[in-house]
Design a protein around this ligand. Structure first.
Ligand code: ATP
Ligand code: MG
Length: 427
């Protein structure tokens, strides 16, 4: 008797996407790539692993991500301090700088893939999740800020979502933030007794971030706090209104949320989030904003930029609610055979079918007709092609139609050399 071996498990908060679900992911990715191309965005791919320092600098030391969510480790082979990307922007900007991408013109780019954050797993919150990340590098806006928001509204339309609403804010410029910061710290000092431990720790290092709290006991305090928006001067207000004017032109509704801070330290001017009530507590589907200071902070020649990231798990959750999961067939034709000769014949015929663009599964191994038919049904194929002794003798394949609405359709015999042409026009 073999000793039982302990089953290995995947990591908590890191989901497997099985063949039954992957079609939905691929379909969404296809829709998204087509949508991005319609605005001139091109794919860019940076590695998942970067030096930890990139994210510490590019996101900000006093942020949720850098303080407590990063998968960081020391490479035991050479001592490098590395981090699995918790978001795309820093890596894409690092890459753009390293390859002088912005030296003669701005670029519209995007990436799709996994990101990693050590958070408490729950619906809409995983430790490996996926983002669609879009960055307009080298654009000063406000036209491009508005374009990004308008293109998101189009994506929601394409996906049939009509209950994702837009919140926007402006974080102004460093001088305006400094003025507001003083007033905010004074206010927080007055309310020190209700600040939680994290807020007390951040009130001097990053007071704005205190307003981003999810602690219910601090909501009133945060709502009454001095608003950065009230400290904006003419240029920042003009930028904000220029974005709003273009949203009005496009018929896109928005609300100003003066408390919105967003996760990264280097945001300025426009920030925005798309939110829904249909996902429970994790209702933010997409967040973005302008980060004119980041490229310089990461060692590049100063250049403005703006971007956003969509959470794919949350988006798929929204899209699939109330929708029946469509079962995607594994193939169009399933080939059934009996005997060694027939199996070999099936393999060569299948190659001919594939030459004509038909998707084929040849039953693997040898088993009875009955169990092969069961597999054919389960595959979702439209047609079973049967090769038995008599078929081999007559050099003709039997074609049986499998779908429910073909139940009455008679079985047909098609000569081997006609089969590919015949099926190509019918499946
Ligand atoms: P939250 O406030 O929910 O923590 P965030 O501000 O940390 O969000 P961003 O850094 O802006 O999120 O990431 C962009 C998008 O990625 C979010 O709007 C959300 O849709 C998605 N997202 C963020 N964290 C997770 C996660 N742990 N699991 C799944 N999706 C996530
Ligand atoms: Mg977060």
């Amino acid at each position: 008797m073999s000793k039982s071996v302990q089953k290995l498990r995947g990591l908590t908060g890191m989901k497997d996407i099985l063949p039954g679900e992957s079609a939905q992911w691929e379909q969404l990715e296809h829709t998204v790539r087509t949508w991005l191309a319609s605005y001139g965005y091109r794919n860019m791919r940076a590695p998942v692993l970067e030096f930890t320092q990139l994210f510490a600098r590019g996101i900000g030391e006093v942020t949720d991500i850098v303080e407590k969510e990063m998968y960081s480790f020391t490479d035991s082979l050479n001592g490098d301090k590395l981090t699995m990307r918790p978001e795309f922007t820093a890596g894409l900007v690092r890459s753009a700088i390293e390859h002088n991408l912005l030296y003669d013109r701005p670029h519209r780019v995007y990436s799709i893939g996994p990101v990693f954050r050590h958070e408490r797993p729950q619906r809409g919150r995983y430790r490996q999740f996926h983002q669609i990340d879009v960055e307009a590098l080298g654009f000063a806006g406000p036209d491009v800020d508005a374009e990004l928001i308008i293109m998101l509204a189009r994506l929601w339309r394409i996906l049939g979502l009509n209950d994702v609403r837009l919140e926007i804010n402006s974080l102004g410029q460093p001088a305006e933030r400094a003025a507001h910061r003083e007033a905010l710290i004074a206010y927080l000092e007055q309310h020190k007794d209700i600040l939680d431990e994290e807020a007390q720790r951040r009130m001097y290092s990053n007071p704005l971030r205190v307003l981003d709290t999810k602690n219910p006991a601090m909501q009133d305090m945060a709502n009454q706090a001095p608003k950065l928006f009230d400290y904006l001067e003419a240029d920042s207000l003009a930028h904000y209104h220029a974005v709003c004017a273009r949203l009005d032109d496009a018929g896109i509704a928005y609300t100003l949320n003066p408390r919105m801070v967003r996760g990264l330290d280097y945001y300025n001017l426009t920030v925005f989030e798309w939110v829904t009530d249909r996902l429970g507590a994790q209702g933010t589907v997409c967040g973005g904003g302008r980060y004119d200071g980041l490229i310089e902070v990461l060692g590049g020649k100063p250049a403005p930029a703006v971007g956003f990231a969509i959470g794919m798990e949350r988006l798929l959750d929204l899209v699939s609610q109330g929708q029946q999961q469509l079962a995607v067939p594994e193939c169009q034709v399933y080939m059934i055979h009996q005997g060694d000769q027939a199996q070999r014949q099936a393999m060569s015929l299948a190659e001919k079918l594939r030459d004509q663009g038909v998707n084929v599964i040849v039953h693997a191994g040898s088993s009875g007709f009955k169990s092969q038919f069961k597999r054919a049904d389960a595959s979702g194929a439209m047609v079973a092609v049967i090769l038995g002794e008599s078929e081999l003798e007559q050099q003709q394949a039997s074609v049986k139609w499998l779908r429910a609405d073909d139940a009455e359709r008679p079985q047909e015999s098609i000569a081997f050399d006609q089969l590919a042409t015949y099926l190509q026009s019918k499946v």
